[in-house]
Design a protein around this ligand. Structure first.
Ligand code: NI
Length: 253
């Protein structure tokens, strides 16, 4: 039986604190039966371990978000490192560079990013990459590390996507691919080979059409999946089968 996977969600976010069980029930009803819960804080990661549903398989990842590097010292980094080594931690991420909000701490962002990439390589765990307004530096750094991973919520162009594919990376598309003005995103969808594609919600943000503007949740990943299947002219079940295989291959499941 085929189903959808949300390869990147934050259902451990405060946005879901009042109705998490209903959100999980809608996932099961919507046939979203696997999901990766992404944590940027140790408390969120520990909380993510408690999230479960009888019909859904949840996995977890942890990483220091580029927006949070100011707070990182040796002691905090060691706390993260200890969790990265846990079997439960299936990937290191989301990690990367974000120059959209901050440009005054680029060197620290790069250092924390590279320290985590070095650990990912040592531990042989995949990485989940966040890159915003920083794609050239992200590429330059990733090209120096022998790691596999996914470009999460990919928002750059198709030409750049090819370079990450060359590095062995997967490309994950989120809600914006369903939005009205998704030209660049659809070009990416047509460029990425099916066996290197993933989809995600990145909820609670970036809800796909027709839910745009609302709080996003994993059950909405089906809108993104259907849009891509339609765009590529493939059967829903065929896309689902490939996405399941990609997800399992990348995260070693
Ligand atoms: Ni995210």
């Amino acid at each position: 039986m085929m189903y959808w996977i949300d390869s990147h969600c934050h259902i451990n976010d405060e946005a879901f604190k009042d109705d998490l069980n209903e959100v999980l029930n809608r996932m099961a009803e919507g046939n979203i039966l696997e999901a990766m819960i992404i944590s940027s804080y140790i408390e969120d990661y520990e909380f993510a371990k408690t999230i479960g549903h009888e019909k859904i398989s949840f996995k977890r990842s942890l990483g220091i978000y580029p927006g949070d590097v100011d707070d990182v010292d040796e002691k905090l980094f060691e706390e993260f490192e200890r969790r990265f080594k846990e079997d439960d931690c299936k990937a290191i991420g989301e990690i990367g560079l974000d120059y959209h909000w901050r440009k005054d701490n680029i060197e620290k962002q790069k250092k924390v990013f590279e320290d985590q990439l070095a650990l990912a390589k040592e531990l042989q765990k995949p990485v989940i990459i966040h890159s915003r307004d920083a794609i050239d530096d992200t590429y330059e750094i990733l090209s120096r590390y022998d790691v596999k991973g996914v470009m999460h919520c990919y928002s750059d162009d198709a030409k750049m996507a090819l370079k990450f594919l060359d590095l062995g990376f997967y490309i994950s598309m989120a809600g914006p691919v369903t939005w009205k003005k998704a030209v660049k995103e659809l070009e990416v969808v047509h460029t990425v080979p099916l066996n290197r594609l993933l989809i995600e919600t990145d909820c609670p943000y970036l809800a796909p059409s027709p839910m745009r503007g609302k709080r996003n949740e994993p059950s909405f990943v089906a809108y993104t999946g259907e849009k891509i299947a339609n765009e590529l002219g493939v059967e829903t079940a065929e896309l689902q089968k490939q996405l399941i295989e990609n997800y399992h291959t990348l995260f070693g499941l």
